[in-house]
Design a binder for this molecule. Structure first.
Ligand code: NAD
Length: 288
């Protein structure tokens, strides 16, 4: 199956990066969010991300402002009947994802592949909302999507071989290697990484160490590029909390109980990089 027409739904942290990645490789993209306010934030974010993407040079790929001309921002479903590929990036919240997928199953192209960028939600749960569940697949992009060259591709029990093959070849066409995993809450990446981020938050809450020192141990001691708390700030503390909730509810295992410090940070609006403050402080580059 060839992919020519692409829509990215949800223009937040990941949606903007994913749309930019596609545009950098020459694809035209519709970027859809819920209202004009969200889109105006997304437009500022895209400009910021183009600048940031230059730090991750990709061979033969242009990352100047002209790539933004390939991204058409929208709040409606115009053009969706011709879309071959939808990449969904709305918040890690089952009720919101469920409502959107029911809507897309009604207004979108039934023949399209729906790639779900989720941290923890099982792909089969989303596939069950569509009339062609074999066309639903998980594409868990890493952050920043234009800076990392692997995507965790999640195969639900009914994802077809054609959907998987198209996923792998399309992702290759935008410079990414696919690592295919079976469907389970949190997949591989987040089932592991969220344990680490959550436990690091408990260490801070208990006064055992500081965010800075915890991250230094991981960076200097274990050679990780980023520490667990810097990573939590990059992902967004709200997204981390939502993901832990899904892991806890899915496995019923205490090891995924969310550290209360993370919940109170969300209540205080300390969401990490996107709000300017989390475990560390950041210069906010766009206002909401
Ligand atoms: P975010 O909160 O930054 O952005 C979500 C965007 O979706 C917002 O702009 C919001 O307005 C929009 N939205 C909400 N409902 C919508 C709807 N019905 N239709 C269209 N747009 C809608 O979230 P994010 O961090 O970009 O995460 C998106 C998804 O990607 C989540 O499932 C998350 O778990 C996953 N993910 C996040 C990261 C990360 O580092 N943040 C990495 C990999 C995967």
């Amino acid at each position: 199956m060839s992919i020519n027409n692409i829509a990215v739904v949800g223009a937040g942290t990941m949606g903007a990066q994913v749309a930019l990645l596609m545009a950098m490789y020459g694809y035209d993209v519709i970027l859809k969010d819920i209202n004009d306010h969200a889109l105006s934030i997304a437009k500022r974010k895209l400009e910021q991300e183009v600048r940031a993407s230059r730090m991750f040079r990709r061979q033969g790929v242009k990352a100047d402002d002209s790539v933004l001309e390939r991204i058409t921002c929208s709040t409606g479903y115009a053009g969706f009947d011709n879309i071959d590929l939808v990449i969904e990036n709305i918040p890690e919240n089952w009720e919101q994802k469920k409502a959107l997928h029911i809507e897309m199953a009604r207004y979108g192209n039934k023949e399209a592949i729906y790639a779900v960028n989720t941290s923890c939600i099982p792909i089969m749960r989303i596939a069950s909302l569509h009339s062609q569940p074999e066309k639903i697949v998980g594409w868990h992009f890493m952050n920043p999507a234009y800076g990392k060259d692997i995507v965790e591709v999640i195969k639900s029990p009914v994802t077809s071989a054609e959907t998987l093959e198209t996923s792998v070849s399309f992702l290759r066409s935008v410079g990414n290697r696919s690592v295919i995993v079976q469907d389970a809450p949190g997949f591989v990446s987040n089932r592991l990484s969220h344990l680490l981020m959550n436990e690091a938050a408990f260490l801070v809450e208990e006064g055992i160490s500081t965010p800075k020192d915890i991250d230094i141990i991981f960076k200097k001691g274990y050679g990780h590029a980023m520490g667990p708390l810097e990573t939590a700030d990059l992902i967004g503390i709200d997204t981390v909390v939502n993901s832990l909730k899904i892991l806890y509810d899915s496995y019923g295992d205490q090891k995924f109980r969310c550290c209360p410090l993370l919940t109170s940070m969300v209540e205080a609006g300390k969401l990490g990089r996107k709000s300017g403050s989390g475990f560390f402080e950041y210069k906010l580059q766009h206002s909401s």
